[in-house]
Design a protein around this ligand. Structure first.
Ligand code: SF4
Length: 309
């Protein structure tokens, strides 16, 4: 049965290419799903606009800081928001990952200049006295663990107004499944197009305008819009737990089309209840940096003082 389904999928893909299926909106050939180039770009921008409006993510009076890694998602976010005339600044965190970050920064500067978007770069080195490479070389720690803690800290410290991230539909599904996998229901309650459960002191509101856009569609959009960047992947990305969960989700979707959408729809249905349940979760203030903390010294200050350099 499995082999039969795989063969059918291959056959459909071949037919799709040979017959040149037409866009459902016009006579042009499709480039992704049922969309031609023009209508895919139009659809993605319209979906982002609808998400911003439906979830009241921000308005044209707000200052939007986009967390920008230089990958296709954050660049798409900057591209679409600047196209929609929002007041956007790109914030890039330079972790100090050799042979990766230096290249993306060159591309990012050019990308933002072309769109007249301000770019701010802040580094681990300036804020934590060492690069990620230096921390991981001197300690027995996984890069993503340290990186995630330091990165969140800097985004919270340097973002003002509203912080928009380039999380797409697949990223959010990975977040949902990682939290379920680890039994972190309280953390799952903070997910959604608008992150968090309540307005917490010290936390900058985070929003995800690409929330309903699948990863593949973002990739096609970036290609069609001709982003002149190299899309270098972080050398640690494939070792991460997120990557493993992403592979599992892709396998489920390939076995049964629609699984991702079903998980997302189910999650969005229970999310208001989760947010209600954890609305009173309190935040403490870190005595070292005065930033938000789950209790006592925050993890970023704890890592910076206990890890060797
Ligand atoms: Fe940081 Fe890991 Fe992401 Fe690389 S993959 S940028 S190390 S969190």
């Amino acid at each position: 049965m499995q082999t039969y389904l795989t063969l059918m999928k291959l056959l459909c893909c071949l037919l799709f290419r040979v017959v040149k299926v037409k866009c459902t909106n016009c006579d042009s050939p499709t480039v992704y799903s049922t969309y031609c180039k023009e209508h895919l770009i139009e659809h993605l921008i319209a979906t982002v606009k609808k998400t911003i409006e439906d979830y009241s993510l921000f308005s044209h009076d707000d200052e939007i800081v986009c967390a920008t890694s230089g990958g296709k998602d954050s660049l798409t976010l900057v591209d679409v928001l600047s196209h929609l005339n929002y007041n956007v600044t790109a914030l890039c965190i330079d972790e100090g990952i050799h042979n990766y970050r230096e290249h993306t920064i060159v591309d990012l500067k050019k990308f933002c200049k072309e769109r007249n978007v301000n770019l701010r770069i802040v580094s681990f080195k300036d804020n934590f006295n060492g690069t990620l490479d230096e921390y991981t070389a001197a300690n027995d720690v996984t890069p993503c663990r340290v990186c995630g803690v330091f990165r969140r800290k800097l985004l919270n410290k340097y973002a003002y107004g509203t912080l928009a991230t380039g999380h797409n539909l697949d990223d959010e599904l990975q977040n949902i499944m990682m939290n379920f996998w680890r039994g972190n229901i309280e953390l799952a309650a903070r997910l959604g197009p608008r992150s968090g459960v309540s307005k917490r002191e010290g936390f900058v509101p985070r929003v995800k305008p690409l929330y309903f856009i699948p990863e593949k569609m973002v990739r096609v959009y970036a290609i069609l819009r001709g982003f002149d960047v190299h899309f270098t992947e972080c050398p640690h990305a494939r070792d991460s737990f997120r990557h493993q969960i992403g592979n599992i989700l892709n396998k489920w979707e390939s076995d049964e089309s629609g699984v991702k959408r079903h998980i997302m729809d189910s999650f969005l249905e229970i999310l208001p209840k989760l947010k209600e349940k954890y609305a009173d979760a309190t935040t403490e203030i870190c005595p070292e940096c005065n930033g938000p903390s789950a209790g006592g010294v925050c993890r970023a200050c704890s890592y910076a003082s206990t890890l060797k350099l």
